[in-house]
Write a protein that binds this ligand. Structure first.
Ligand code: NAD
Length: 283
């Protein structure tokens, strides 16, 4: 029977570790604060921002909420980011994506001080990750590494196939699996013979953004399957990029949707905030 990788339990354990670390920092007189900036009132973004604030409250991180109107200009947002960069009481800056189309996301991400870029999206942090230097790791792929490690699934020497090459999931995922000594292949929309390539995988990470696309005929018997996708179906239930019911009987371990990768992203964000607190306080 396949092991169901419990992202809810693992993310809770990480949040409890972060909570203990925050308490210790507080005792030393150090407070951790995360600025969460949302521009516009996209309902999905509002849900994500709210979940981040709730997680902050749970672990003892102060959240500084900036809810800006849709018509906020790029200059105004840049000015806020600059102000927070210079504010020693703010450890982390998170700009909720996507931004309205008149604001360039890359300009905003590049303006965040790398030492406060708790999302791990700044080119300096992406570069540090690639060459194995300290820095913030992108939260979703870092969370997947934690899911694997804490489920006693070894990565070293394994054939790892990542489907998807986005900047926030696929590419950093491939880099982190390589860093853990996996043998990594990245597939994308132009990949030929996708099924054959996927069938080589001991560890298959799926981040395509297409509901239930990966069925049993993409998966090798005994593989570990990590489903990053998240979609709301017509019946209001959530599903992933993997067709769970068909893949479950042949894999050795799998993440469910919901309750797999999803909760890990926020847990790793909290972890990054504590790292940031330590770094900025020169502990
Ligand atoms: P994206 O749309 O930016 O990237 C999708 C990738 O899939 C692209 O690189 C593309 O080349 C590849 N792709 C598309 N069609 C393909 C096909 N037919 N065959 C092979 N490759 C194909 O998406 P993303 O931001 O990386 O997110 C992927 C999924 O993960 C989405 O469902 C998203 O909602 C979800 N997501 C979840 C979390 C989380 O915290 N659980 C975080 C980020 C993204």
């Amino acid at each position: 029977m396949a092991q169901i990788i419990d992202g809810k339990a693992i993310s809770q354990a990480i949040k409890d570790e972060v909570k203990a670390a925050v308490e210790k920092l507080n005792k030393d007189g150090i407070e951790i604060a995360l600025a969460v900036i949302q521009v516009g009132d996209d309902p999905a973004s509002a849900v994500y921002v709210n979940n981040k604030k709730k997680a902050c409250a749970y672990v003892g991180i102060r959240s500084l909420a900036y809810e800006l109107p849709e018509k906020t200009s790029e200059e105004e947002l840049l000015a806020l980011v600059q102000k927070l960069n210079e504010d020693p009481s703010c450890n982390g800056i998170l700009v909720q994506l996507p931004l309205p189309s008149h604001i360039r996301e890359d300009v905003i991400i590049n303006a965040i001080a790398p030492s406060k870029d708790v999302d791990g999206f700044h080119p300096a942090n992406v570069g540090s990750m690639l060459i194995g230097q300290p820095g913030f790791l992108s939260c979703t792929p870092a969370g997947i590494i934690q899911l694997l490690k804490r489920s006693n699934i070894s990565i070293a020497g394994k054939e790892c196939v990542v489907i998807g090459r986005s900047n926030i999931v696929g590419k950093p995922m491939a880099a982190l699996l390589l860093r853990e000594n996996g043998t990594v292949t990245v597939c994308h929309s132009k990949t030929q013979n996708l099924k054959e390539v996927c069938k080589r995988a001991d560890i298959l990470v799926v981040a395509i953004g297409k509901p239930k696309m990966i069925t049993a005929d993409y998966v090798k018997e005994g593989a570990v399957v990590i489903d990053v996708g998240i979609h709301r179906m017509d019946n209001k239930k959530l599903c992933g990029d993997v067709d769970y019911d068909s893949v479950f009987p042949i894999c050795s371990a799998i993440t469910p949707v919901p309750g797999g990768v999803g909760p890990m992203t926020i847990a790793m964000l909290m972890y990054n905030c504590v790292l940031s607190g330590k770094e900025n306080s020169a502990i």
